[in-house]
Design a protein around this ligand. Structure first.
Ligand code: GTP
Ligand code: MG
Length: 222
């Protein structure tokens, strides 16, 4: 894992979606802090956590967003999906209904998110073997049909949580790297340091703690 203060090469936003109580928040807690709680409360609104990993010698900050499965507690949908490069579509292997709702979640995802979005179908609570009501075969078949990655996980036992995120983040990494390469081979695109340099006016975006010089604020009319 990269140490705090290291430079970050990429920030990838990944969203968690799925019915209430399938374990989205605990999957996030396990991935971001290696924690788990059995008396997890339903999420209200939206929150995100980050973890920085190294993928192919580059430092990648994963910014994982979590919202409520319950409609009345959900964040504004378009804002939640904006800029997301990956999604974890989560159901509970012991609750058939949460799997039957997956096509609806997928539809919402595809109507709001980027077309290159990397999607992982996640069957959580795989530790509850005696209560299983969704077979691995059914889920595998669905994932293949829809072109999704698929893994069964347990946030409780920390099974496949890291693999699920690493798979999605690595795939995003490949897509983003290919885009950079494509931009580099464009005849008109001048490239500096791996990014595309746009010609035109230099725009200075002040960082935190930096003041915008007086009289040069972006939108003053004087
Ligand atoms: P909303 O925020 O309402 O959308 O729910 P959620 O999807 O975030 O569910 P949450 O993470 O709060 O988990 C719901 C319940 O399932 C909690 O009691 C968790 O402890 C439990 N849970 C989560 N993951 C697992 C798991 O892998 N195995 C088992 N046995 N229980 C889990
Ligand atoms: Mg939650």
């Amino acid at each position: 894992m990269a140490a705090a203060g290291d430079k970050v090469d990429h920030i990838f936003k990944v969203v968690l979606i799925g019915d209430s109580a399938v374990g989205k928040s605990q999957i996030l807690a396990r991935f971001a802090r290696n924690e788990f709680s059995l008396d997890s409360k339903a999420t209200i609104g939206v929150e995100f956590q980050t973890r920085t990993l190294v993928i192919q010698h580059k430092s990648v900050k994963a910014q994982i967003w979590d919202t409520a499965g319950q409609e009345r507690y959900r964040a504004v949908t378009s804002a939640y999906y904006r800029g997301a490069l990956g999604a974890m579509l989560v159901y509970d292997i012991t609750r058939r209904q949460s799997f039957d709702h997956i096509p609806r979640w997928l539809e919402e995802l595809r109507s709001h998110a980027d077309k290159n979005l990397v999607i992982m179908l996640v069957g959580n609570k795989a530790d509850l073997v005696d209560q299983r009501s969704v077979s691995t075969d059914d889920a595998t078949e669905f994932a293949q049909k829809e072109g999704l990655f698929f893994l069964e996980t347990s946030a409780l036992e920390a099974t496949n949580i890291d693999s699920a995120f690493t798979t999605v983040l690595t795939e995003i990494f490949h897509i983003v790297s290919k885009k950079t390469l494509a931009a580099e081979s464009q005849p008109n695109g001048s490239v500096v340091g791996g990014g595309v340099a746009l010609s035109g006016k230099k725009i200075v975006v002040p960082g935190p703690g930096q003041e915008i010089p007086k009289g040069r604020a972006c939108c003053s009319t004087s």
